[in-house]
Design a protein around this ligand. Structure first.
Ligand SMILES: Nc1ncnc2c1ncn2[C@@H]1O[C@H](COP(=O)(O)OP(=O)(O)OP(=O)(O)O)[C@@H](O)[C@H]1O
Ligand SMILES: Nc1ccn([C@@H]2O[C@H](COP(=O)(O)O)[C@@H](O)[C@H]2O)c(=O)n1
Ligand SMILES: [Mg+2]
Length: 218
């Protein structure tokens, strides 16, 4: 656990992501958050797209938000790019501001937060800043060889989809992200899915977990 926290302490961070980034979210309304976790390439983004279509959630991928921040020319861009290339976890204050802004701008009240919290620092900071407790944690459990095969076949031009960075990402997942899943498991909040199966079969299992939310689709 100490590894990633240690890795982030000496990185200089300018936290202003936009003019309005300091506005807090949520306000008064009841917000439903599901954290979607699992190793790199386990299928989080793929299944979130399905859940959005069927259950009316807004999908927010922390990794996608960070990649968009690089493209936007933000002053944090170079730092974020270097962290992603190394498979390291970006300081929570940066990622949380991006998530809060995206939540606010969506106008929705139901969110799939994909790839976050990635370590204990992410988890504690999100809780402290937003006061949001997740409804549950959807955990995609997939064998490492299968995740590696999927990432190497993904072809989305991601700078971290190379074998050297993939190995670092797996190590970070085991050392920093699994303890977060264990934390939520101890609170009875984890819904574990066998993500090694074909996409359609995984979604059948996902649907069962989300069925209580069907009635809420607009
Ligand atoms: N169940 C599955 N069986 C086979 N291929 C899959 C399955 N789920 C997703 N894929 C494919 O594997 C690749 C990785 O999937 P996806 O991008 O959804 O993973 P991810 O968990 O979001 O990864 P990352 O953490 O790197 O963002 C994609 O090319 C996707 O089409
Ligand atoms: N909470 C997070 C989430 C992601 N990152 C960085 O982005 C990379 C890619 O994330 P994906 O979920 O899209 O695979 C990840 O390896 C981290 O470098 C982060 O720092 N914090
Ligand atoms: Mg993804």
């Amino acid at each position: 656990m100490g590894t990633m926290l240690d890795a982030t302490v000496d990185v200089p961070v300018a936290v202003e992501t936009s003019k309005d980034a300091d506005e807090s979210f949520p306000g008064d309304k009841k917000i439903t958050v599901v954290f979607v976790l699992g190793g790199p390439g386990s299928g989080k983004g793929t299944q979130c797209a399905n859940i959005v279509q069927h259950f009316g959630f807004t999908h927010l991928s922390a990794g996608d938000l960070l990649r968009a921040e690089i493209k936007s020319g933000s002053e944090n861009g170079t730092m974020i790019q270097n962290m992603i290339k190394e498979g390291k976890i970006v300081p929570s204050e940066v990622t949380i501001k991006l998530l809060q802004r995206a939540m606010r701008e969506s106008g929705n009240d139901k969110f799939l937060i994909d790839g976050f919290p990635r370590n204990e620092e992410n988890r504690a900071a999100f809780e402290e800043v937003t006061k949001i407790e997740p409804e549950f944690v959807l955990f995609f459990d997939c064998p490492e060889e299968e995740m590696q095969r999927r990432i190497l076949g993904r072809n989305q031009g991601r700078e971290d989809d190379n074998i050297e960075t993939i190995r670092k990402r797996f190590k970070v997942f085991m050392e920093s992200s699994l303890p977060v899943i264990e934390y939520y498991n101890s609170k009875g909040k984890v819904r574990k899915i066998d993500a090694g199966k074909p996409i359609e079969e995984v979604f059948e299992d996902v649907k069962e977990i989300f069925s209580p939310y069907s009635a809420q689709v607009a």
